[in-house]
Design a binder for this molecule. Structure first.
Ligand SMILES: NC(=O)c1ccc[n+]([C@@H]2O[C@H](COP(=O)([O-])OP(=O)(O)OC[C@H]3O[C@@H](n4cnc5c(N)ncnc54)[C@H](O)[C@@H]3O)[C@@H](O)[C@H]2O)c1
Length: 442
């Protein structure tokens, strides 16, 4: 079977290498020349465990990369994995998707049967619109939302909890059989297959992400009360999580969720409610709590310095929105750096992932962040250099910083205070060393 994948970002690249590993002939297509040049040489453009190995194994064998759409002519299946970012009004921007769909038209024979699979996260009704675009072609459109998590993307791809497939009609068996063939590996592993109609499949993805975001906002809201009354949210979360009806995942209080999916998907879902005149009371609150959480934490830092952080120096530990990724989209670390810089602070930023550091430098170099602050920001590649002579440490990404040498940090730092925005540190140990410790709700 021949497969084309349009858009080789996080989702499309992981899909391309994985389908190649299943033995299919795969062509990854992207409009980004630089990305394609690197991939052609078998070099990864993302930081993901195992990705380099799979690229080495398959590139220029059964996996090729190109900027040309030509391969769609001979493909049985065309996956659309382009970005669906957020418009200013919160709705999903479908320009990349419709542009990609439009471009492939010229390469298709109207009579030859093909399946177009939409893997991008798209609002309800999008699969139907894509089908309308190809109404005079022999094409079926399938909704196949993706659930991988950055940082463990390959592990997630090969061990999915479910495969969701949405179709125009369940009476038409042809695309169903073809998709089951693509994912036969998972069929054999007894992964549940949800075979349903387009609208349900489209909504499953938003429902899942908004639910996880809501769980985070719930515990974050609670953390503010815990903070006020002297309770410990970490113990509360742990205790709640022991109840299997609640579960312990996505229940760590912190400075809020970020990343390429949760913030935009929550807002796109709100828009879908509003477009259909249904009030999204709970989901709106999820978004509001998330936006307020980082401000609340920032104010806590400011209060410590009597509301004047001008010329104070901070070590911000964590740039990416979560551990082991280079993705800075909606990262709370970057947001916090922006807030600190805006009030005149000097920031030394650090992340364990080299590409995350490079991406951070690029954001500020290209003035794409909320503002540009000249020389008040330094991105360093060594944690001990980062904490040297600072007025405070701020933890923004959920890494296990306990493994660092805090005796050494104690000697390097100017003012022994830690603001743990992810509640990752062993607070007792840190305090014993003579640090002042401020967590989230504890
Ligand atoms: N990143 C995740 O963890 C994740 C998880 C699940 C679902 N999703 C969803 O998957 C979709 C893709 O997300 P991503 O994070 O992989 O995005 P991304 O920005 O990393 O990658 C998108 C790629 O599409 C390319 N592109 C844009 N227009 C194109 C065109 N006309 N032809 C070919 N390529 C084109 C871009 O150059 C880019 O490389 C989004 O809808 C997202 O919400 C993402």
């Amino acid at each position: 079977m021949r497969i084309s994948v349009l858009g080789v970002g996080y989702v499309g690249l992981i899909l391309s290498v994985s389908l190649a590993d299943f033995g299919f002939e795969v062509t990854g297509i992207d409009i980004d020349n630089k990305k394609i040049d690197k991939l052609k040489r078998g070099k990864s453009v993302l930081h993901e465990d195992g990705l380099n190995k799979l690229l080495e194994k398959h590139v220029n064998k059964n996996l090729t990369f190109t900027t040309s759409y030509e391969s769609v002519t001979s493909s049985d299946i065309i996956f659309l994995c382009v970005g669906t970012p957020q418009n200013k009004n919160g709705e999903a921007n479908l320009n990349f998707l419709f542009s990609a769909a439009d471009k492939i038209k010229a390469y298709l024979d109207r009579k030859e049967y093909k399946v177009i699979v939409i893997k991008s996260t798209v609002p309800v009704g999008t699969n139907r619109k894509i089908k309308e675009l190809f109404s005079d072609y022999n094409i079926d459109v399938v909704s196949n939302p993706e659930f991988l998590r950055e940082g463990i993307a390959l592990q997630d791809f090969f061990n999915p909890k479910r495969i969701v497939l949405g179709f125009e009609s369940l009476k038409n068996k042809r695309p169903i059989i073809l998709m089951e063939e693509v994912y036969n590996y998972f069929k054999e592993k007894d992964v549940p297959f949800i075979i349903t109609k387009w609208e349900t499949a489209e909504l499953i993805k938003y429902a899942s992400n908004a639910f996880l975001a809501t769980k985070i906002s719930y515990v974050n809201e609670l953390s503010k009360l815990a903070d006020k009354v002297g309770a410990d949210i970490k113990i509360i979360s742990h205790s709640m999580g022991l109840d299997p009806r609640i579960g312990n995942k996505f229940l760590n209080a912190g400075i809020g969720y970020g990343g390429s999916c949760f913030p935009k998907d929550v807002r796109a879902l709100i828009r879908q409610f509003e477009d259909n005149r249904v009030e999204p009371t709970l989901i709106k609150a999820t978004d509001k709590v998330n936006e307020e959480q980082i401000i609340w934490f920032f104010n806590k830092i400011k209060e410590y310095f009597n509301n004047n952080i001008n010329q104070k120096t901070f070590a911000v530990l964590g740039l990416a929105f979560k551990p082991n990724t280079d993705d800075l989209r909606e990262s709370r670390g970057i947001k916090l750096i922006d807030l600190l810089l805006k009030e005149g602070a000097i920031v030394k930023g650090f992340d364990y992932v080299e590409k995350a550091r490079e991406n951070a430098i690029n954001i500020y170099k290209s003035d794409k962040s909320e503002a540009s602050y000249g020389y008040n920001l330094y991105i360093l590649d060594n944690i001990y250099e980062t904490v040297k002579d600072v007025d405070g440490i701020v933890i923004t990404t959920e890494y296990n910083f306990n493994k660092e040498d805090w005796e050494k940090i104690k000697k390097l730092i100017k003012n022994k205070v830690v603001f743990d925005g992810r509640n990752t540190l062993d607070a007792g140990k840190i305090k014993k060393l003579g640090f002042e410790y401020y967590g989230v709700g504890r």
